[in-house]
Design a protein around this ligand. Structure first.
Ligand code: FES
Length: 63
C-alpha cells in the first residue's frame, strides 16, 4: 500500500496518517475523523477512509 497517497483531498490526509491514527488508538471512523480531520469537509472520501480504518484496525489485531 502507498502510505503517501492522499485519501482525503479536502484535508490532505494520507493513508499513512490514517494508519498513524489507528496506531495511536483510534478504532472507529469517528475517532479517525477526530484525529485527522479526514472526511469532515465534503464527505466524498468517507467510504475510502472507512475502508482504510477497518483495514488498519484488523492489521493491528486485538492489541
Ligand atoms: S475529500 Fe475528504 S472531506 Fe472532502
Amino acid at each position: 500500500m502507498n502510505l503517501e497517497k492522499i485519501v482525503c483531498n479536502c484535508m490532505s490526509v494520507t493513508s499513512g496518517m490514517i494508519k498513524d491514527a489507528v496506531d495511536a488508538g483510534a478504532r472507529t471512523l469517528e475517532e479517525v475523523q477526530n484525529a485527522t480531520g479526514a472526511g469532515t469537509v465534503c464527505g466524498a472520501c468517507l467510504e475510502d477512509v472507512e475502508r482504510l480504518v477497518e483495514y488498519f484496525v484488523s492489521e493491528n489485531g486485538s492489541q
